[in-house]
Design a protein around this ligand. Structure first.
Ligand SMILES: NC(=O)c1ccc[n+]([C@@H]2O[C@H](COP(=O)([O-])OP(=O)(O)OC[C@H]3O[C@@H](n4cnc5c(N)ncnc54)[C@H](OP(=O)(O)O)[C@@H]3O)[C@@H](O)[C@H]2O)c1
Length: 338
């Protein structure tokens, strides 16, 4: 077999925004599976904001000059275990490489749903959708008619949150994003009632204008100034769902947000963070909720697809700079016309 395998390594630690110089593509022959494992050819890759956190010298972070971890969907092409049949489509965490050797224990067989493309397993049906679903149903415990504010609303988690909230009977939906094109997409396509570009002024002023009567729930993907603004805008018994802090990942020297701590008491607010990795047991419920809506067309996944593994670093860097709308996914050239 003359096939070449490509693997991305991190080669240096960034301070601030990473660049392509912090990565290298390493060529090899495709690996050979040992007994009990299988060789997978990856078809779709997820690049995620948490990868930026792992680029730092932190416990559990990426090792330099070694393969990186990341979610990928692939097809088993050679197997030395009866538990991974050749041809099976699987989800695993050996991403950032074209070929991966996997074991059954670290792999999930993906169910195939009629009319649902494979990429959706990395967007609305994957960790991104699960994060949005858990945030709304388990952390916010959203009630029908409640009003929401969502930051980074045009990203993967943000669009899934908006679309799921609409299907769950939310009231007014307000989102923030980084460009006029994105705010327009939120209102025209995703189902938000109002959206603002957070570059256009102080977050408190922009939020006050978009949600003059306040909100019941804030789904926070960003932190910083928008978190402080939301504390002010929340009504009594409001909830802050802390999902991520992307405003700080590339600005390690930024000051933490300042807000009125008394608001937390006087309005009986609850702020709760979570990691989706502690909620895998909700996956089947997400399928039951989302798949019929996908099949009926009531739920449209928002995805930015980049074709070609050679663009995986560009996809990651572009996502950090806000170039994606919806979940950013890298697709193998062979899948592009499939
Ligand atoms: N808790 C969990 O288990 C969990 C799971 C998944 C994701 N997350 C977190 O959820 C958040 C969203 O993740 P995602 O995968 O859906 O990524 P995403 O929103 O699709 O992509 C990141 C987006 O963040 C925005 N952004 C970048 N810098 C920003 C800044 N300084 N201020 C405001 N927005 C900024 C950009 O959009 P704009 O153009 O709008 O700036 C960019 O498109 C991240 O914080 C991530 O770490 C947490």
């Amino acid at each position: 077999m003359n096939e070449i395998a490509l693997t991305v390594h991190q080669t240096a630690r960034p301070h601030g925004f990473p660049t392509a110089d912090h990565f290298a593509f390493v060529e090899s022959t495709p690996p050979t599976p040992a007994p009990g494992s299988a060789l997978v050819k990856n078809l779709y890759w997820s690049v995620d904001p948490y990868h930026r956190e792992m680029m730092d010298d932190v416990p559990g972070g990426f090792a330099l000059h070694a393969p990186l971890e990341g979610r990928a969907v692939g097809q088993v092409v050679a197997s030395r275990t009866p538990r991974l049949a050749e041809g099976a489509i699987v989800l695993h965490r050996h991403g950032w490489r074209t070929h991966a050797v996997i074991t059954p224990e670290e792999t999930r067989h993906l169910p195939r749903f009629d009319g649902v493309p494979l990429s959706n397993h990395l967007s609305v049906l994957g960790g991104t959708g699960l994060t949005a679903y858990v945030g709304l149903t388990r952390i916010a415990r959203l009630q029908e008619g409640e009003d929401l504010f969502v930051s980074a609303a045009a990203g993967g988690v943000g669009t899934a949150t908006g679309r799921f909230a609409r299907l769950l009977g939310a009231g007014r939906l307000v989102g923030s994003a980084g460009s006029a094109a994105k705010t327009e997409h939120l209102v025209r396509e995703v189902g938000y009632d109002a959206a603002f570009d957070y570059h256009d002024g102080s977050a408190a002023d922009l939020l006050r204008k978009a949600a003059p009567d306040g909100v019941d729930v804030f789904v926070d993907n960003v932190g910083g100034e928008q978190l402080a603004a939301a504390v002010g805008a929340l009504r009594e018994f409001g909830r802050i769902v802390r999902i991520g802090t992307i405003s700080q990942y590339n600005t390690p020297d930024a000051l933490p947000p300042r807000f009125d701590y008394a608001d937390i008491v006087e309005k009986s607010l609850r702020m709760e963070g979570f990691l989706v990795s502690n909620h895998h047991h909700v996956q089947e419920e997400l399928y039951e909720f989302a798949v019929p809506h996908l099949q009926s067309g009531r739920l449209t996944p928002d995805e930015t697809l980049l074709d070609g593994f050679e663009h995986i670093v560009d996809a990651f860097l572009g996502m950090l700079h806000g170039e994606n709308t919806g979940k950013i996914i890298v697709r193998d050239h062979g899948e592009a016309g499939a």
